[in-house]
Design a binder for this molecule. Structure first.
Ligand SMILES: O=C(O)c1cc(=O)[nH]c(=O)n1[C@@H]1O[C@H](COP(=O)(O)O)[C@@H](O)[C@H]1O
Length: 312
């Protein structure tokens, strides 16, 4: 679909400044997908540093970039981020909410941004924080982890209908060599009221971490499992206070909250301790706020900070 809703084929704007070639990778099939997601991410972090940049086209950022707050602005914003950072960063994480704001035209842009990231050879984390009863979860799983236009290498999931309700997504991700990041300790201050709550076996966050660990134990991998957790870089001493063994999860730990939410190198070091090898620090406004011409410099600084904080 085009921006005006007509069903003519989408002409994808050229992504300039990328290394040539790189046939768009077929998701779920072909040689590029023979490694499971966690191992591909581990390789990407080694190559580019432990940082993920979010593609969050906030209205304020569109304005600061001199772009209109409509689908054409989203497209220019998203494709410029891919042009500057694709092939140079461990992962890019489009935030679905800011595309959905513009209805079907915005979702069509999200599809094109995902395709552009793929064509640049960079891993995608689609941030949709989905979670629903199992039968509906199958629909979300097919949307994001199948072979449709919104397919990504990985997706964020909300486990608050019960970790087991995520089963369709866990299974499809496994089948297609993709990954998931399950919310465990989120970066917002309200998260603790649910995530720190006591359960029969420990705490809500601890039970989610145990669920992810069990998945990774049963899925063969070389370096990192494909079932990751979201643990905000802003959570302070929560990991230690709740007695979580994040290293035992053996999957990637997506750490948002770096930059605009106040976390930096000191917070990353404090939160993750022994699990720092698994951390993918995530920042959106902290890099995007530097403007289209400043993205690569801001990424380089974020990578340097994260490497120092995490000893990598
Ligand atoms: O899943 C996420 O990425 C996420 C989880 C979380 O606990 N906190 C959090 O901020 N995020 C996302 O990470 C991004 C943070 O953006 P900045 O605060 O601009 O770096 C947003 O897209 C959030 O939705």
């Amino acid at each position: 679909m085009t921006d005006n809703g007509a069903s003519a084929p989408v002409e994808r704007p050229a992504v300039v400044g990328q290394p040539p070639a790189a046939e768009p990778r077929e998701l779920g099939t072909g040689p590029a997908s023979t490694l499971p997601f966690g191992d591909r991410l581990a390789d990407a972090m080694e190559a580019h540093g432990p940082v993920c940049v979010g593609i969050d086209p906030h209205p304020g950022l569109l304005e600061a970039w001199g772009l209109p707050d409509d689908a054409s602005g989203l497209r220019s914003f998203g494709l410029r981020v891919v042009e500057e950072l694709g092939g140079r960063v461990a992962a890019l994480k489009p935030q679905s909410a800011f595309f959905e704001r513009h209805g079907s035209a915005g979702v069509a842009v999200l599809e094109d941004v995902l395709a552009a990231v793929r064509a640049a050879g960079t891993l995608t984390i689609l941030d949709v924080k989905r979670g629903d009863i199992g039968s509906t979860m199958s629909g979300y799983a097919e949307a994001y982890l199948g072979d449709g236009p919104l397919a990504a290498d990985s997706v964020t999931l909300s486990p608050y209908l019960g970790f087991g309700s995520l089963r369709p997504a866990l299974d499809l991700a496994r089948q297609n060599g993709r990954g998931v990041f399950v919310l465990a300790l989120t970066s917002n201050p309200e998260g603790s009221s649910v995530q720190h709550a006591r359960t029969a076996g420990g705490t809500v966050a601890g039970d989610i971490a145990a669920g992810a660990a069990a998945e990774n134990t049963s899925l063969p991998h070389r370096r990192l499992g494909s079932v990751g957790l979201v643990v905000g870089a802003t959570v302070g001493t929560a990991v230690a206070d709740l007695g979580l063994d994040l290293a035992a999860v053996r999957g990637p730990l997506l750490a948002p909250g770096v930059g605009a939410q106040g976390a930096g190198a000191a917070e990353l070091a404090e939160v993750f301790g022994a699990a720092r090898e698994q951390v993918l620090a995530s920042t959106s406004r902290g890099v995007l706020g530097s403007g289209p011409g400043g993205l690569t410099g801001a990424l380089a600084r974020a990578v340097e900070d994260a490497r120092q904080a995490l000893g990598r």
